[in-house]
Ligand binder design. Sequence first.
Ligand SMILES: Nc1ncnc2c1ncn2[C@@H]1O[C@H](COP(=O)(O)OP(=O)(O)OP(=O)(O)O)[C@@H](O)[C@H]1O
Ligand SMILES: NC(=O)c1ccc[n+]([C@@H]2O[C@H](COP(=O)(O)O)[C@@H](O)[C@H]2O)c1
Length: 181
Amino acid sequence: MRGFYIGRFQPYHNGHHRMVEEIAADVDELVLGIGSAGDSHSPRNPFTAGERIMMVTKAVKDFDVTTYAVPIEDLDRNSVWVSHVQSMSPAFDVAYSNNPLVIQLFKEAGVEVRQSPMFNRDVLEGTEVRQRMIEDRDWESLVPDAVVDVVYEIGGIERIQRVTASDGSEHVASDDDPNPC
Ligand SMILES: Nc1ncnc2c1ncn2[C@@H]1O[C@H](COP(=O)(O)OP(=O)(O)OP(=O)(O)O)[C@@H](O)[C@H]1O
Ligand SMILES: NC(=O)c1ccc[n+]([C@@H]2O[C@H](COP(=O)(O)O)[C@@H](O)[C@H]2O)c1
């Protein structure tokens, strides 16, 4: 049996990892959908689809499950989103999600959906991890070690701090600005 689990994974954290651990006990193969794949370099979606593929691919090596990471871009029409997902993914038998909209769309399309408990949600939340990255507080303990390595490899902390600092404010380029725009 093959399962499907989609998230933005901005970044992939220990709550996602616990959910994958539970799913891995249920299925033979797993498709991890990298949601909002076209989004990056913003405070809510700092990491590219390719960077998130690196995070999940390295982290799921902890588990004995064949995993395919598939980027899925957003669509303007929720009504055809499940068909869009199915067109991009290896075929799957069951979708796993705790997101109410995702659950509703899959159920309406006749796809079996399974939910999991929320694990330590007071801290295991992408928003909390990103806030700690911005404020130089401990975020490393909230994500798998493989994700820590990827974030440092791609200069992720500097990126999220920069895009957050420039978010909503005017950016004036100067000669010594390494990233004028
Ligand atoms: N701590 C957790 N325990 C179990 N499931 C989780 C946890 N955090 C997120 N999920 C689920 O994983 C899926 C993907 O979540 P997502 O990538 O949006 O993470 P998030 O932590 O909710 O991020 P953000 O705060 O950026 O919105 C969703 O179904 C979400 O409900
Ligand atoms: N119409 C659409 O494009 C549509 C609908 C439902 C979910 N999604 C995406 O699926 C992912 C769901 O993951 P989260 O549970 O992390 O929100 C997100 O990337 C979200 O944007 C997209």
